[in-house]
Design a protein around this ligand. Structure first.
Ligand code: ADE
Length: 418
């Protein structure tokens, strides 16, 4: 079997860590058990491009239990857990192509290796697999039934492709399921971003000024958790609606040009490019800490930073200190790649449980219904979303009410007022 991992001897550590994660993934476990009995993915070839973590290992195991043949590559050069990659290759016999710290060139080589399976289904986190297929491996597209996409950023790219008429197979927008982004993007990113910043720096958040750029679901989560740790949170936004929401959630809102002067710690979560630029770095306090938790490493203009720096050194694991010509030091975390996966372990298993339950059930849906779909981006069927929410609540031991007949009648009527 072909694979490319850092060290296959790390497999036993990866196995234990995956077992630990799996204990917090009850919904995915239910799906895996059903898949093992029913084999709904029998004979289906799946190429997956995801962060190679313990939670991803549980998802791969689930797809395999359903009868699929799977290959996996990393969806970011710095997010792979090498021991998990080893476990997947050695114990689960899944061809994995992922090494933490791989170059951009190897990253794309790995994507191509995963595609060599000639997939019928693609599973993406950021849409690099789909974009490689549509640019360099077009010959493989005819066999594809459909794909799934995990992130906001990937969906922005895929919707652009659909709009421009270049998308050549249907995509299920896993990110947009309520049981995905309400929890993964908010509570998952919130906790893991703060976790990554703390693991990288060991700085006290209490009393610090923490600047969050972008107040989407991920930014909301990061702001909420930084506030919970005692930071004074400043939000920067471009959307008036989200800015207003941030104000009423109790944060100071200002342009990044002003926030640059007051922040101690900065974190971008926008999905867009060049959020913190040269002119902002120049205004920052000496010792400012700058991180990104958005999908791609484009949110911090590190090329601009290099131009105004006279010295650069690695001062701790995941911290690069740039000394500017004006004498101030700026500390960049995890090379500007998503800090929650570069310096910590990504989202906790309990939220990935729902995200990856959506992935598994979206694949099952594609296998059954994909041939009827157009070359468009589709939502996860609402029935799947509801089933996942119900199963998660049940696993958590939380019971809820059901509507009485009188309440159902009331909701179905228009005649009754006061
Ligand atoms: N994205 C964010 N956190 C993740 C995790 N723990 N596993 C896979 N993908 C992720």
């Amino acid at each position: 079997m072909n694979y490319h991992v850092k060290n296959i001897n790390l497999a036993s550590e990866g196995k234990l860590r995956t077992e630990w994660a799996n204990q917090s993934m009850p919904v995915l476990n239910i799906i895996r058990n059903r898949f093992a009995r029913q084999k709904p993915l029998r004979g289906v070839r799946i190429a997956a491009c995801l962060h190679v973590t313990t939670e991803t290992a549980s998802l791969m195991d689930t797809l395999k239990a359903g009868g699929a043949t799977v290959t996996l590559c990393a969806s970011n050069p710095l997010s792979t857990q090498d021991e998990v990659a080893a476990y997947l290759a050695k114990d689960l016999k899944i061809p994995v192509f992922a090494i933490k710290g791989e170059s951009n060139k190897i990253y794309y080589q790995h994507i191509n290796s995963a595609l060599d399976i000639k997939p019928q289904i693609t599973m993406d986190d950021g849409a690099d697999l789909v974009s490689t297929l549509h640019s360099k491996r077009k010959g493989l597209i005819a066999r594809i039934i459909g794909g799934t996409e995990e992130t906001t950023t990937g969906l922005i790219r895929l919707r652009q492709m659909a709009e421009k008429g270049v998308l050549r197979y249907p995509i299920i927008a896993v990110n947009d399921a309520d049981t995905k982004h309400f929890f993964d993007n908010r509570y998952g990113t919130g906790q893991s971003t703060v976790d990554g910043i703390i693991r990288a720096t060991n700085r006290l958040l209490a009393g610090s000024t923490f600047v969050v750029s972008g107040y989407g679901w991920c930014g909301r989560g990061a702001a909420m958790r930084a506030k919970g740790m005692g930071a004074n949170v400043v939000v920067t936004e471009v959307s008036p609606l989200r800015a207003l929401e941030a104000v009423m959630d109790g944060y100071r809102v200002m342009p990044i040009g002003e926030a640059a002067r007051v922040g101690d710690i900065f974190c971008t979560l926008t999905g867009d490019i060049s959020i913190i630029r040269k002119e902002h770095f120049l205004r920052m306090k000496d010792g400012a800490i700058v991180a990104n938790s958005g999908h791609f490493n484009v949110e911090l203009d590190l090329e601009g930073l290099k131009k105004i720096a006279k010295k650069r050194r690695k001062i701790r694991e995941f911290v690069e200190e740039y000394t500017l010509k004006n004498g101030k030091r700026i500390n960049v975390l995890g090379e500007g790649r998503l800090v929650n996966l570069a310096a910590a372990e990504g989202h906790p298993s309990s939220v990935m449980d729902m995200s990856f339950a959506n992935q598994a059930l979206a694949v099952e849906y594609l296998v059954k219904e994909g041939k009827k779909l157009d070359k468009k981006v589709y939502p996860v069927p609402p029935r799947i979303d509801k089933d996942i929410a119900r199963a998660k609540l049940k696993a958590m031991g939380v019971r809820i009410d059901t509507l009485t007949q009188e309440q159902k009648n009331y909701l179905a009527s228009w005649e009754m007022g006061t």
